[in-house]
Design a protein around this ligand. Structure first.
Ligand code: NOJ
Length: 776
């Protein structure tokens, strides 16, 4: 990781549901069909024919992915010519992908094309909101669309593989990588995982204009101890199967061509040497057919984990466990595989199996037939106006309205004559784009200040004042060098600047504060021990609120910051909204778009409550559940699934079609939803299931369906949700199997996880135990 930062620094220095719940259900287990694609038999035969001609060194070469860095061009070129590298990462310029591909095809002995991988995390050239915002949209159809756009841009540049989606469930917002993931819930995470895989890959591996999806980080990274990046995760068997693994299963079922192993040790075994994860679960139970890559330098780091004595042993252990390709910053440990083979410690069959998986991916992606990209076509496509429109809509659809006292929002464009736009993030492009943006030719992001100016025109006075700077991190972010850090240059005299902000708020009709965390304060190596607004932002907020002017607080962050006690009248969470973030914010503030995002995590009042999540197990003294601390409330500031609207909705008449069913039956739940307000708006109807009794303690409730729907004022719609047997199953640690109990189930359909149960049904007898593979 450190070397990647170095690379980024050097590169930076030089260049810079509208779909119904039933559809969700159908989508989840769908395996991408290969019928429209190259046939399995043909692919395997071609790969085997190549393998038969390869030397051991060439085989080891295919199994390595190397960082192409500005300072190692010569070494990389030599490795390409020598057939000693199978894939590269961080090459994103079409000219350079073409040059390197030409080198591979013109000068290497077997003329095997290179695979170019890249972190296309929330867009390639066009930047969408961060993935936690994808989850907050509760809109898998949109997520699929924007993932397809990201894929098209990447592929046009020669990148044929993304290290995405990141689908690590986390219940600890101190962990910086919460920003890249789907939040706390396995059901929502699984839906988002499948949507991204479908968007990135299309109907099958090798669909034109698409890339290989690499689901990461397998598995359990989101449970890193204390939210400290890279530290171990100790996850009990039930939680592993019921919470952390399901999104990966969904990604595999959707056809993901690649899985990346995590950095940390899961229950004591580093993920890159974890045979239980990589073989037993991924291959044997789930039937995964793609290839597994290590995280950057994670194979060599088996030595730092203390489970290998040297890189040779690390290579052997990783290959044995199921790593097919090593991602390496400098010299790959897999370079030692020929020695290991000669010493008889590595099986030739296992080596060939890994090589076959890499070659098959290249064959399926059509790289042998179409190795080059059209640079002129790429220039047209990357960051195209149509893509920017999709980015704006995605930012609008992911924003979550947390407070709207007195219906302050939407603002009336005719009535507002002046705005004070305040805060260190109000006019910062790099922070608006957000973290995990690595493409070097980044187009400009529209900030909140510029978005408001553009929408309101010259007739409205917009004063922009930074107010305070964001503080520096105690340990510098590895990404600072590339991005120039956040919101620079710093404000000189902060007290004077706060006074300026206060004066501007006093003389404006409305104060819009844009506060949060700089993009360098989150993401990889972006963990924090607290959740308050960094630096003197809270002081700024309080001072502006004290003016008595109407205050709208816009948040840019991916963490639940401890701001709920502010007296600001309106709070809208934008996450990091991407290239068109400011345009989206302006539309939302002035009612040209209506917020309907919902929280993908529980928002604690205080960091001391972490981990806090809605699907906690039933326990002793349930009436006291929100009162477990004697010094503070235990309830959240905002529950999971929460979000307000510019309209109002009512839920009525919840019904189940059958009150008593057998374990194999499905049940349909319906509810009448009415838009009782005066505006067209989206509602996210959420279905939660609570099992009354079981053979294990069960969560108080679990999300099992949702639909994002648009209703006109006065419109009523009956929504239906189908619950299948698998929605009632769970992994029993005691029985080491999936079980479904004969039990009564309560059902809530409502606007968030605090909705009351409205109906119930009963499963009449215990299901005959299923073989694990049958369930999965
Ligand atoms: C390390 C990160 O953990 C991973 O998510 C990323 O894909 C690789 N580096 C490559 O940048």
């Amino acid at each position: 990781m450190r070397l990647r930062s170095l690379m980024l620094a050097m590169a930076g220095a030089s260049a810079c549901l509208a779909a119904p719940a039933t559809a969700e259900r159908r989508d989840r287990p769908r395996r991408a069909t290969t019928s429209a694609c190259v046939s399995d038999a043909g692919v395997r035969a071609r790969a085997d024919a190549l393998i038969a001609r390869m030397t051991v060194a060439e085989k080891a070469g295919q199994l390595t992915q190397r960082f192409a860095l500005p300072f190692n061009v010569k070494q990389i070129d030599q490795a390409v010519t020598g057939g000693n590298v199978g894939a590269l990462l961080f090459v994103s310029d079409p000219k350079e992908t073409n040059r390197l591909q030409r080198l591979a095809l013109d000068t290497s002995r077997l003329k095997i094309p290179l695979l170019f991988g890249f972190d296309v995390v929330h867009g390639f050239r066009t930047i969408f909101p961060v993935p936690i915002g994808y989850a907050a949209s509760w809109d898998p159809a949109m997520v699929e669309r924007i993932s397809a756009i990201a894929a098209a841009e990447a592929r046009a540049a020669g990148v044929s593989w993304t290290f995405s989606p990141m689908i690590d469930v986390t219940r600890d917002p101190r962990w910086g990588r919460i920003v890249e993931g789907p939040g706390e819930d396995p059901f929502l995470a699984s839906v988002m995982a499948a949507a991204q895989v479908r968007g990135f890959q299309g109907p099958c591996l090798g669909s034109p204009g698409r890339v290989i999806a690499g689901a990461k980080h397998f598995a359990g990274y989101g449970a890193a101890a204390g939210g400290r990046d890279y530290d171990e995760a100790s996850i009990g068997d039930a939680d592993l199967h019921n919470i952390y693994l399901p999104p990966f299963k969904a990604a595999v079922d959707a056809g993901a061509g690649n899985i990346m192993a995590a950095y940390m040790a899961l229950n004591g075994v580093p993920a890159s040497a974890n045979r239980f994860l990589l073989q037993d679960v991924l291959r044997d139970r789930w039937g995964f057919k793609g290839f597994v890559v290590s995280d950057a330098d994670a194979v060599k780091n088996l030595v730092t984990h203390g489970v290998a004595a040297d890189p040779g042993e690390a290579a052997r252990k990783a290959l044995d466990a199921g790593i097919d390709m090593e991602m390496a910053i400098a010299v790959p440990a897999f370079d030692r595989l020929p020695d290991q083979l000669a010493a008889g410690t590595v099986s030739p069959a296992r080596l060939d199996e890994a090589v076959r998986r890499i070659l098959e991916a290249k064959i399926r992606m059509g790289l042998f037939e179409h190795p080059y990209v059209d640079e002129a076509a790429a220039a047209k496509l990357l960051g195209s106006p149509a893509h920017r429109v999709a980015a704006r809509q995605a930012a609008e659809r992911s924003a979550v309205l947390l407070r709207n006292e007195g219906n302050l929002l939407p603002l009336d464009q005719k009535a507002v004559k002046s705005l004070a736009v305040i805060g260190p993030l109000a006019d910062s492009e790099v922070d608006t784009a957000g973290p995990a943006v690595f493409e070097q030719q980044m187009p400009r992001a529209i900030t909140v200040a510029s978005g408001l100016r553009a929408l309101l025109g010259a007739g409205v006075r917009v004063d922009v004042i930074k107010g305070v700077s964001l503080p520096s991190r105690l340990n510098p972010s590895p990404f600072d060098m590339a991005t120039g850090g956040s919101a620079k240059p710093p404000v000189g005299d902060e007290a004077a600047e706060i006074a300026r902000a206060v004066a501007a708020a006093r003389s404006a009709d409305i104060a819009v504060l844009v506060l949060g965390e700089g993009q360098n304060m989150i993401g990889e190596q972006g963990s924090r021990s607290t959740l308050e607004l960094p630096g003197r932002q809270r002081e700024l907020l309080d001072a502006v609120v004290a003016t008595g002017k109407p205050v709208v607080l816009l948040l840019m962050s991916a963490r639940p910051l401890t701001i709920a006690d502010t007296k600001a009248a309106a709070i809208l969470d934008l996450w990091y909204p991407g290239s068109e973030g400011g345009a989206a914010a302006a539309n939302l503030l002035f009612g040209r778009a209506a917020p309907a995002g919902r929280l993908p995590f529980t928002w604690p009042r205080d960091v001391g409550q972490v981990p806090l999540f809605y699907a906690h197990l039933k326990s002793h003294e349930p009436r006291n559940a929100n009162n477990r601390y004697w010094n503070a409330p235990g309830s959240p500031a905002f529950p999971f699934g929460y979000g307000l609207s510019y309209s109002t909705f009512t839920y009525a008449n919840p019904q189940v079609d059958r009150a008593a069913i057998s374990p194999d039956d499905q049940v349909t739940i319906s509810v009448d939803l009415t838009n009782t307000g005066a505006r067209v708006a989206d509602e996210v109807a959420q279905l939660y299931l609570g099992q009354r009794t079981g053979s294990a303690a069960r969560p108080v409730r679990e999300l099992k369906g949702f639909q994002r729907v648009t209703l006109r004022p006065g419109e009523r719609r009956t929504l239906s949700f189908v619950l299948r047997p698998e929605d009632r199953r769970y992994w029993s640690a005691e029985r080491q199997d999936w079980v479904q109990d004969a039990a009564e189930f309560d059902v809530a359909v409502g606007r968030d996880s605090s909705a009351g149960f409205g109906t119930s049904f009963k499963v009449m007898r215990t299901a005959t135990p299923l073989a694990t593979s049958q369930h999965e």
